[in-house]
Design a binder for this molecule. Structure first.
Ligand code: IDP
Ligand code: MG
Length: 138
C-alpha cells in the first residue's frame, strides 16, 4: 500500500463537482485517510507550490488556489500516486484522456479541477503540510 495527496481545486468546488470526485475516489478503490475542507491563504498556496516559483504561471496559480475553498485528502491504495495520476489525466484538460477527472471537470490548464502528488516522497511531504498525525486514520 502507498499514499498520495490530492486536492479538489477551487474551480471544481465552485462548479459543484466535490460529490462526483469523492465518489470517483471511492470507486477507484482508495481508502480515505484524511479529509478536510478549507480556504488556503495566499501565503499557504505560495508555500505549497514553491517548487514552481520560477515558472511563469506561479503567481496566477497561487492566486487561483487561494481564491476560494478547496477539499484536501490523504488517500491510500496500491500504487496510489500513479493510479491517481491516471485517474486525473494530463495537466491540460485538452490533452487529458476521456473519462479522466480533468477531461470531465477541468476548465483550463490552470483551473484543472484536481491536484495529485507526483512521487511517493512528495506525497508524504504534502500530506504532512495539510494534516497532523492525529487527523489521519490508521
Ligand atoms: P500537475 O498538477 O499535472 O502535476 P504541474 O506541472 O505540477 O502539473 O503544475 C502544477 C499546477 O500548475 C497545474 O496543475 C496547473 O494548475 C498549473 N499549471 C501548470 N502548467 C501551467 C500552464 O502552462 N499555465 C497555467 N497553469 C499551469
Ligand atoms: Mg505536479
Amino acid at each position: 500500500m502507498s499514499q498520495t495527496f490530492i486536492m479538489i481545486k477551487p474551480d471544481a468546488v465552485r462548479n459543484k463537482h466535490v460529490g462526483e470526485i469523492i465518489n470517483r475516489i471511492e470507486k477507484e478503490g482508495f481508502k480515505i485517510l484524511g479529509l478536510k475542507y478549507l480556504h488556503l491563504s495566499l501565503e499557504d498556496a505560495k508555500q505549497f507550490y514553491k517548487v514552481h516559483s520560477a515558472r511563469p504561471f506561479y503567481d496566477e496559480l497561487c492566486k487561483d488556489m487561494s481564491a476560494s475553498p478547496i477539499v484536501a485528502a490523504a488517500l491510500e491504495r496500491e500504487n496510489a500516486v500513479l493510479h491517481w495520476r491516471d485517474v486525473i489525466g494530463a495537466t491540460d484538460p485538452k490533452e487529458a484522456k476521456p473519462n479522466t477527472i480533468r477531461a470531465l471537470y477541468a476548465e483550463s490548464k490552470g483551473a484543472n479541477a484536481v491536484h495529485g502528488s507526483d512521487s511517493d516522497e512528495n506525497a508524504l511531504l504534502e500530506i504532512s503540510f495539510f494534516f497532523k498525525g492525529y487527523e489521519l486514520v490508521k
